[in-house]
Design a protein around this ligand. Structure first.
Ligand SMILES: *Cc1c(COP(=O)(O)O)cnc(C)c1O
Length: 414
Protein backbone atom coordinates (compact mmCIF):
# COMPACT_ATOMS: atom_id res chain seq x y z
CA UNK A 1 0.00 0.00 0.00
CA UNK A 2 1.18 3.48 -0.90
CA UNK A 3 1.93 5.82 2.04
CA UNK A 4 1.72 9.60 1.97
CA UNK A 5 4.90 11.46 2.86
CA UNK A 6 3.51 14.90 3.66
CA UNK A 7 0.31 16.78 4.48
CA UNK A 8 0.52 18.51 1.12
CA UNK A 9 0.63 15.23 -0.76
CA UNK A 10 -2.27 13.76 1.24
CA UNK A 11 -4.46 16.81 0.61
CA UNK A 12 -3.63 16.76 -3.11
CA UNK A 13 -4.70 13.11 -3.34
CA UNK A 14 -8.02 13.82 -1.61
CA UNK A 15 -8.68 16.78 -3.87
CA UNK A 16 -7.99 14.83 -7.02
CA UNK A 17 -9.58 11.46 -6.23
CA UNK A 18 -12.21 12.16 -3.58
CA UNK A 19 -15.61 13.78 -3.97
CA UNK A 20 -15.52 17.32 -2.65
CA UNK A 21 -18.36 16.88 -0.14
CA UNK A 22 -16.36 18.25 2.80
CA UNK A 23 -14.21 21.30 3.43
CA UNK A 24 -11.75 20.17 6.11
CA UNK A 25 -9.24 22.25 8.00
CA UNK A 26 -5.80 21.84 6.35
CA UNK A 27 -4.42 19.23 8.76
CA UNK A 28 -3.63 15.59 7.92
CA UNK A 29 -3.89 13.28 10.91
CA UNK A 30 -2.19 9.94 11.21
CA UNK A 31 -2.34 8.97 14.89
CA UNK A 32 -4.56 9.42 17.92
CA UNK A 33 -4.36 8.57 21.59
CA UNK A 34 -6.74 9.80 24.28
CA UNK A 35 -7.29 13.55 23.87
CA UNK A 36 -4.39 13.89 21.41
CA UNK A 37 -3.95 13.66 17.65
CA UNK A 38 -0.75 13.80 15.59
CA UNK A 39 -0.36 14.93 11.97
CA UNK A 40 1.88 13.25 9.40
CA UNK A 41 4.69 15.69 10.18
CA UNK A 42 4.53 14.56 13.83
CA UNK A 43 2.94 17.71 15.29
CA UNK A 44 0.74 17.00 18.32
CA UNK A 45 -2.71 18.51 18.84
CA UNK A 46 -5.49 18.54 21.39
CA UNK A 47 -8.64 17.24 19.73
CA UNK A 48 -11.46 19.67 20.48
CA UNK A 49 -14.04 18.14 18.13
CA UNK A 50 -13.89 14.39 18.94
CA UNK A 51 -15.13 13.48 15.47
CA UNK A 52 -18.40 15.34 16.14
CA UNK A 53 -18.67 13.65 19.56
CA UNK A 54 -18.07 10.11 18.29
CA UNK A 55 -14.80 9.79 20.21
CA UNK A 56 -16.10 10.65 23.70
CA UNK A 57 -13.97 7.83 25.16
CA UNK A 58 -10.76 9.26 23.63
CA UNK A 59 -8.84 8.09 20.59
CA UNK A 60 -7.92 4.41 20.29
CA UNK A 61 -9.11 3.52 23.78
CA UNK A 62 -7.23 0.28 24.60
CA UNK A 63 -10.30 -1.49 26.00
CA UNK A 64 -12.39 -0.73 22.91
CA UNK A 65 -9.60 -1.51 20.45
CA UNK A 66 -8.90 -4.70 22.43
CA UNK A 67 -12.52 -5.80 22.06
CA UNK A 68 -12.36 -5.08 18.32
CA UNK A 69 -9.16 -7.11 17.86
CA UNK A 70 -10.39 -10.05 19.87
CA UNK A 71 -13.73 -10.29 18.07
CA UNK A 72 -12.14 -9.62 14.64
CA UNK A 73 -10.23 -12.89 14.94
CA UNK A 74 -13.33 -14.81 15.99
CA UNK A 75 -16.26 -13.73 13.80
CA UNK A 76 -17.05 -10.42 12.11
CA UNK A 77 -20.30 -10.76 10.18
CA UNK A 78 -23.07 -13.31 9.86
CA UNK A 79 -25.80 -11.01 8.48
CA UNK A 80 -29.17 -11.38 10.14
CA UNK A 81 -29.96 -14.46 8.05
CA UNK A 82 -28.46 -16.40 10.97
CA UNK A 83 -28.20 -15.80 14.70
CA UNK A 84 -24.87 -14.98 16.36
CA UNK A 85 -23.71 -15.74 19.88
CA UNK A 86 -23.08 -12.01 20.47
CA UNK A 87 -26.25 -10.29 19.20
CA UNK A 88 -28.62 -11.30 21.99
CA UNK A 89 -26.02 -10.49 24.64
CA UNK A 90 -25.56 -7.06 23.05
CA UNK A 91 -29.31 -6.44 22.80
CA UNK A 92 -29.82 -7.30 26.48
CA UNK A 93 -26.85 -5.09 27.41
CA UNK A 94 -28.19 -2.10 25.41
CA UNK A 95 -31.77 -2.47 26.63
CA UNK A 96 -30.71 -2.63 30.28
CA UNK A 97 -28.07 0.11 29.94
CA UNK A 98 -30.58 2.60 28.55
CA UNK A 99 -33.71 1.30 30.26
CA UNK A 100 -35.87 0.15 27.32
CA UNK A 101 -37.54 -3.17 26.44
CA UNK A 102 -35.81 -3.58 23.08
CA UNK A 103 -33.15 -2.27 20.73
CA UNK A 104 -32.84 -2.22 16.92
CA UNK A 105 -29.17 -2.00 15.89
CA UNK A 106 -28.03 -0.13 12.78
CA UNK A 107 -24.71 1.44 11.70
CA UNK A 108 -24.89 5.19 11.17
CA UNK A 109 -26.81 7.97 12.86
CA UNK A 110 -28.83 8.76 9.75
CA UNK A 111 -29.91 5.12 9.48
CA UNK A 112 -31.01 5.18 13.10
CA UNK A 113 -33.08 8.33 12.48
CA UNK A 114 -34.63 6.68 9.41
CA UNK A 115 -35.42 3.66 11.58
CA UNK A 116 -37.12 5.89 14.16
CA UNK A 117 -39.22 7.55 11.44
CA UNK A 118 -40.31 4.18 10.05
CA UNK A 119 -41.14 2.84 13.52
CA UNK A 120 -43.13 5.96 14.33
CA UNK A 121 -45.14 5.83 11.11
CA UNK A 122 -45.87 2.12 11.43
CA UNK A 123 -46.95 2.62 15.05
CA UNK A 124 -49.21 5.46 13.88
CA UNK A 125 -51.06 3.25 11.39
CA UNK A 126 -51.19 0.07 13.44
CA UNK A 127 -51.63 1.36 17.00
CA UNK A 128 -52.87 4.92 16.85
CA UNK A 129 -55.21 4.32 13.90
CA UNK A 130 -54.08 7.10 11.58
CA UNK A 131 -55.24 6.54 7.98
CA UNK A 132 -52.74 5.25 5.45
CA UNK A 133 -50.08 7.74 4.30
CA UNK A 134 -51.46 10.52 6.48
CA UNK A 135 -49.02 10.33 9.42
CA UNK A 136 -47.08 13.48 10.23
CA UNK A 137 -43.97 13.95 12.32
CA UNK A 138 -43.19 17.31 13.92
CA UNK A 139 -39.56 18.43 13.53
CA UNK A 140 -37.67 21.59 14.48
CA UNK A 141 -36.17 24.38 12.43
CA UNK A 142 -32.38 24.21 12.07
CA UNK A 143 -32.42 20.51 12.89
CA UNK A 144 -29.61 18.18 11.91
CA UNK A 145 -30.54 14.50 11.72
CA UNK A 146 -28.29 13.25 8.90
CA UNK A 147 -28.01 13.21 5.13
CA UNK A 148 -30.48 10.76 3.59
CA UNK A 149 -33.09 12.00 1.10
CA UNK A 150 -35.90 11.78 3.65
CA UNK A 151 -33.91 13.49 6.40
CA UNK A 152 -32.81 16.40 4.20
CA UNK A 153 -36.45 16.74 3.13
CA UNK A 154 -37.19 18.26 6.54
CA UNK A 155 -33.94 20.17 6.90
CA UNK A 156 -34.00 23.91 6.32
CA UNK A 157 -30.33 24.19 5.46
CA UNK A 158 -30.34 25.26 1.78
CA UNK A 159 -26.88 23.75 1.22
CA UNK A 160 -28.02 20.34 2.46
CA UNK A 161 -31.27 20.43 0.40
CA UNK A 162 -30.69 22.23 -2.88
CA UNK A 163 -31.13 20.10 -6.01
CA UNK A 164 -31.81 16.90 -4.09
CA UNK A 165 -35.60 16.95 -4.53
CA UNK A 166 -38.27 15.67 -4.82
CA UNK A 167 -38.57 15.67 -1.06
CA UNK A 168 -40.31 13.25 1.28
CA UNK A 169 -43.64 14.49 2.68
CA UNK A 170 -45.13 14.12 6.11
CA UNK A 171 -43.23 16.57 8.29
CA UNK A 172 -44.37 19.68 10.12
CA UNK A 173 -41.66 22.16 11.00
CA UNK A 174 -41.82 24.33 14.13
CA UNK A 175 -39.33 26.66 15.83
CA UNK A 176 -36.92 24.95 18.22
CA UNK A 177 -37.46 25.48 21.94
CA UNK A 178 -40.98 26.87 21.34
CA UNK A 179 -43.48 25.04 23.49
CA UNK A 180 -46.42 27.10 22.19
CA UNK A 181 -45.55 26.21 18.61
CA UNK A 182 -45.41 22.55 19.62
CA UNK A 183 -48.76 22.76 21.36
CA UNK A 184 -50.31 24.31 18.24
CA UNK A 185 -48.73 21.74 15.91
CA UNK A 186 -49.97 18.88 18.10
CA UNK A 187 -53.54 20.10 17.41
CA UNK A 188 -53.14 19.36 13.71
CA UNK A 189 -54.58 16.10 12.45
CA UNK A 190 -52.66 12.85 12.15
CA UNK A 191 -49.61 13.77 14.19
CA UNK A 192 -47.63 10.64 15.06
CA UNK A 193 -44.33 11.88 16.50
CA UNK A 194 -42.13 14.76 17.59
CA UNK A 195 -38.49 14.34 16.56
CA UNK A 196 -36.08 16.57 18.47
CA UNK A 197 -32.42 17.01 19.41
CA UNK A 198 -32.18 17.72 23.18
CA UNK A 199 -29.49 20.26 22.26
CA UNK A 200 -29.08 21.32 18.62
CA UNK A 201 -25.43 20.43 18.04
CA UNK A 202 -24.79 21.08 14.35
CA UNK A 203 -26.92 24.22 14.36
CA UNK A 204 -24.45 25.73 16.84
CA UNK A 205 -25.03 24.09 20.24
CA UNK A 206 -28.42 25.64 20.95
CA UNK A 207 -29.51 24.65 24.45
CA UNK A 208 -33.28 24.91 24.95
CA UNK A 209 -34.74 26.56 28.06
CA UNK A 210 -34.95 24.46 31.20
CA UNK A 211 -38.22 22.58 31.15
CA UNK A 212 -38.65 22.52 27.37
CA UNK A 213 -37.96 18.82 26.99
CA UNK A 214 -40.09 17.74 29.93
CA UNK A 215 -43.00 19.95 28.84
CA UNK A 216 -42.67 18.73 25.25
CA UNK A 217 -42.63 15.14 26.45
CA UNK A 218 -45.74 15.75 28.58
CA UNK A 219 -47.61 17.36 25.68
CA UNK A 220 -46.71 14.41 23.46
CA UNK A 221 -48.08 11.98 26.07
CA UNK A 222 -51.32 13.95 26.35
CA UNK A 223 -51.76 13.83 22.58
CA UNK A 224 -50.73 10.18 22.11
CA UNK A 225 -47.75 11.30 20.03
CA UNK A 226 -44.34 9.62 20.22
CA UNK A 227 -41.51 11.71 21.68
CA UNK A 228 -38.43 10.81 19.62
CA UNK A 229 -35.08 12.01 21.00
CA UNK A 230 -32.17 12.16 18.58
CA UNK A 231 -29.28 11.81 21.03
CA UNK A 232 -26.75 10.85 18.36
CA UNK A 233 -24.59 13.84 19.35
CA UNK A 234 -25.83 14.69 22.86
CA UNK A 235 -25.90 11.11 24.17
CA UNK A 236 -23.27 8.87 25.73
CA UNK A 237 -22.15 11.25 28.51
CA UNK A 238 -21.29 14.18 26.23
CA UNK A 239 -23.46 16.72 28.06
CA UNK A 240 -22.62 15.55 31.59
CA UNK A 241 -25.39 12.94 31.88
CA UNK A 242 -25.57 9.62 30.04
CA UNK A 243 -28.34 11.21 27.94
CA UNK A 244 -29.17 14.92 27.70
CA UNK A 245 -32.83 13.92 28.33
CA UNK A 246 -31.80 12.76 31.82
CA UNK A 247 -31.47 16.40 32.90
CA UNK A 248 -35.26 16.64 32.74
CA UNK A 249 -36.08 13.04 33.64
CA UNK A 250 -37.52 12.49 30.19
CA UNK A 251 -37.82 8.91 28.94
CA UNK A 252 -38.35 9.22 25.21
CA UNK A 253 -40.71 6.82 23.44
CA UNK A 254 -37.98 6.31 20.85
CA UNK A 255 -34.30 6.97 21.59
CA UNK A 256 -31.86 7.39 18.69
CA UNK A 257 -28.16 6.80 19.33
CA UNK A 258 -25.01 6.74 17.21
CA UNK A 259 -21.55 8.29 17.21
CA UNK A 260 -19.99 7.55 20.64
CA UNK A 261 -21.91 4.28 21.07
CA UNK A 262 -18.75 2.77 19.58
CA UNK A 263 -16.20 5.29 20.87
CA UNK A 264 -15.39 6.12 17.27
CA UNK A 265 -13.90 2.70 16.62
CA UNK A 266 -16.57 1.26 14.30
CA UNK A 267 -19.91 2.58 12.98
CA UNK A 268 -22.64 1.56 15.41
CA UNK A 269 -26.06 3.14 15.88
CA UNK A 270 -29.16 2.01 17.67
CA UNK A 271 -32.83 2.77 18.19
CA UNK A 272 -34.40 1.88 21.52
CA UNK A 273 -38.09 1.66 22.40
CA UNK A 274 -40.52 -0.30 24.52
CA UNK A 275 -42.49 -3.27 23.19
CA UNK A 276 -45.62 -1.22 22.40
CA UNK A 277 -43.60 0.57 19.70
CA UNK A 278 -40.79 -1.83 18.80
CA UNK A 279 -43.09 -4.81 18.26
CA UNK A 280 -44.76 -3.16 15.25
CA UNK A 281 -41.69 -4.18 13.20
CA UNK A 282 -41.82 -7.71 11.78
CA UNK A 283 -39.46 -9.85 9.69
CA UNK A 284 -38.48 -8.34 6.37
CA UNK A 285 -39.86 -4.89 7.18
CA UNK A 286 -36.56 -3.25 8.09
CA UNK A 287 -32.90 -4.15 8.43
CA UNK A 288 -29.29 -3.75 7.47
CA UNK A 289 -26.61 -6.25 6.44
CA UNK A 290 -24.12 -4.95 8.99
CA UNK A 291 -26.57 -3.89 11.72
CA UNK A 292 -25.81 -5.65 15.00
CA UNK A 293 -22.86 -7.63 13.65
CA UNK A 294 -20.59 -9.33 16.22
CA UNK A 295 -17.75 -6.83 15.77
CA UNK A 296 -20.08 -3.85 16.23
CA UNK A 297 -21.73 -5.49 19.23
CA UNK A 298 -18.47 -6.19 21.07
CA UNK A 299 -17.06 -2.75 20.29
CA UNK A 300 -20.21 -0.99 21.53
CA UNK A 301 -20.35 -2.96 24.78
CA UNK A 302 -16.70 -2.12 25.49
CA UNK A 303 -17.29 1.54 24.62
CA UNK A 304 -20.28 1.77 26.97
CA UNK A 305 -18.37 -0.08 29.73
CA UNK A 306 -15.71 2.64 29.44
CA UNK A 307 -18.31 5.41 29.80
CA UNK A 308 -19.60 3.83 33.01
CA UNK A 309 -16.33 2.59 34.55
CA UNK A 310 -14.40 5.80 33.92
CA UNK A 311 -17.35 7.95 35.09
CA UNK A 312 -17.11 10.06 31.95
CA UNK A 313 -20.49 11.74 32.45
CA UNK A 314 -19.33 13.16 35.79
CA UNK A 315 -16.05 14.28 34.27
CA UNK A 316 -17.88 15.99 31.38
CA UNK A 317 -20.18 17.79 33.80
CA UNK A 318 -17.34 19.02 36.02
CA UNK A 319 -15.00 20.06 33.20
CA UNK A 320 -17.84 21.70 31.29
CA UNK A 321 -18.51 24.02 34.20
CA UNK A 322 -14.82 24.94 34.44
CA UNK A 323 -14.68 25.54 30.68
CA UNK A 324 -17.69 27.86 30.59
CA UNK A 325 -16.48 29.70 33.71
CA UNK A 326 -13.13 30.38 32.06
CA UNK A 327 -14.69 31.40 28.76
CA UNK A 328 -17.17 33.69 30.50
CA UNK A 329 -14.32 35.38 32.35
CA UNK A 330 -12.43 35.69 29.06
CA UNK A 331 -15.44 37.22 27.27
CA UNK A 332 -15.35 40.10 29.77
CA UNK A 333 -11.92 41.00 28.38
CA UNK A 334 -12.36 40.07 24.71
CA UNK A 335 -14.38 41.94 22.11
CA UNK A 336 -14.04 39.09 19.62
CA UNK A 337 -16.13 36.52 21.54
CA UNK A 338 -19.70 37.42 22.41
CA UNK A 339 -20.87 34.33 24.29
CA UNK A 340 -20.28 30.76 25.35
CA UNK A 341 -23.06 28.20 25.73
CA UNK A 342 -23.43 24.48 26.20
CA UNK A 343 -23.81 21.63 28.64
CA UNK A 344 -21.12 19.30 29.89
CA UNK A 345 -18.41 19.17 27.25
CA UNK A 346 -20.68 20.13 24.34
CA UNK A 347 -20.03 23.86 24.06
CA UNK A 348 -19.74 26.62 21.51
CA UNK A 349 -18.45 30.15 21.45
CA UNK A 350 -20.02 32.77 19.25
CA UNK A 351 -17.59 35.05 17.44
CA UNK A 352 -18.56 38.70 17.46
CA UNK A 353 -18.75 39.08 13.69
CA UNK A 354 -21.22 38.61 10.85
CA UNK A 355 -22.30 35.05 10.07
CA UNK A 356 -20.66 35.06 6.65
CA UNK A 357 -17.31 36.42 7.81
CA UNK A 358 -14.25 34.18 7.77
CA UNK A 359 -13.25 35.11 11.33
CA UNK A 360 -14.33 31.82 12.95
CA UNK A 361 -12.53 29.84 10.25
CA UNK A 362 -9.40 32.00 10.62
CA UNK A 363 -9.43 31.46 14.39
CA UNK A 364 -9.66 27.68 13.86
CA UNK A 365 -6.69 27.79 11.48
CA UNK A 366 -4.72 29.71 14.14
CA UNK A 367 -5.87 27.28 16.84
CA UNK A 368 -4.51 24.46 14.69
CA UNK A 369 -1.16 26.24 14.42
CA UNK A 370 -1.19 26.56 18.21
CA UNK A 371 -1.92 22.85 18.70
CA UNK A 372 -5.70 22.61 19.14
CA UNK A 373 -8.19 21.29 16.59
CA UNK A 374 -11.72 22.69 16.38
CA UNK A 375 -14.00 23.69 13.52
CA UNK A 376 -16.69 26.30 12.94
CA UNK A 377 -20.12 24.74 12.81
CA UNK A 378 -22.36 27.40 11.29
CA UNK A 379 -21.01 30.79 10.28
CA UNK A 380 -19.49 32.51 13.28
CA UNK A 381 -19.94 29.68 15.81
CA UNK A 382 -17.07 27.42 16.94
CA UNK A 383 -18.01 24.14 18.61
CA UNK A 384 -15.73 22.89 21.38
CA UNK A 385 -16.20 19.21 22.21
CA UNK A 386 -13.05 17.48 23.46
CA UNK A 387 -12.93 13.78 24.38
CA UNK A 388 -14.45 13.23 27.83
CA UNK A 389 -11.28 11.55 29.13
CA UNK A 390 -9.63 14.97 29.38
CA UNK A 391 -8.07 15.96 32.73
CA UNK A 392 -8.63 19.30 34.44
CA UNK A 393 -5.00 20.25 33.86
CA UNK A 394 -5.32 19.51 30.13
CA UNK A 395 -8.53 21.53 29.96
CA UNK A 396 -6.81 24.56 31.51
CA UNK A 397 -3.96 24.11 29.03
CA UNK A 398 -6.54 24.14 26.19
CA UNK A 399 -8.29 27.24 27.57
CA UNK A 400 -4.88 28.96 27.64
CA UNK A 401 -4.38 28.09 23.95
CA UNK A 402 -7.87 29.29 23.01
CA UNK A 403 -7.49 32.59 24.89
CA UNK A 404 -3.99 33.26 23.55
CA UNK A 405 -5.10 32.49 19.98
CA UNK A 406 -8.15 34.73 20.11
CA UNK A 407 -6.12 37.54 21.67
CA UNK A 408 -3.61 37.23 18.81
CA UNK A 409 -6.44 37.33 16.25
CA UNK A 410 -7.84 40.46 17.93
CA UNK A 411 -4.45 42.17 17.63
CA UNK A 412 -3.97 41.21 14.00
CA UNK A 413 -7.45 42.54 13.18
CA UNK A 414 -6.80 45.93 14.78
C1 LIG B 1 -24.21 13.26 13.38
C2 LIG B 1 -25.67 13.27 13.65
C3 LIG B 1 -26.56 12.46 12.92
C4 LIG B 1 -26.12 11.63 11.72
O1 LIG B 1 -25.18 10.66 12.04
P1 LIG B 1 -24.32 9.99 10.87
O2 LIG B 1 -23.60 8.86 11.57
O3 LIG B 1 -23.39 11.04 10.36
O4 LIG B 1 -25.27 9.52 9.84
C5 LIG B 1 -27.89 12.46 13.26
N1 LIG B 1 -28.33 13.22 14.27
C6 LIG B 1 -27.52 14.03 14.98
C7 LIG B 1 -28.09 14.84 16.10
C8 LIG B 1 -26.16 14.09 14.69
O5 LIG B 1 -25.36 14.90 15.37
Amino acid sequence: MEMVQSSKEAIALENKYGAHNYHPLPVVLSKGEGVFLWDVEGKKYYDFLSAYSAVNQGHCHPRIVGALKEQAEQLTLTSRAFHSDVLGVFEKYMSEYFGFDKVLPMNTGAEAVETAIKLCRKWAYEKKGISQNEAKIIVCENNFHGRTTTIISFSNDPVARKNFGPYTEGFIKIAYDDIDALEAALKEENVAGFLVEPIQGEAGVYVPQDGFLSKANELCKQNNVLFIADEVQTGIARTGELLACNYENVNPDILVLGKAVSGGVYPVSAVLANNEVMDVIGPGQHGSTFGGNPLAAKVAMAALDVIRDEKLADNAKRLGEIFRERMNAFIQKSDLVSLVRGKGLLNAIVINDTEDSSTAWDICVKLKENGLLAKPTHGNIIRFAPPLVMTEEQLHDCCDIIERTINDCTKSEA
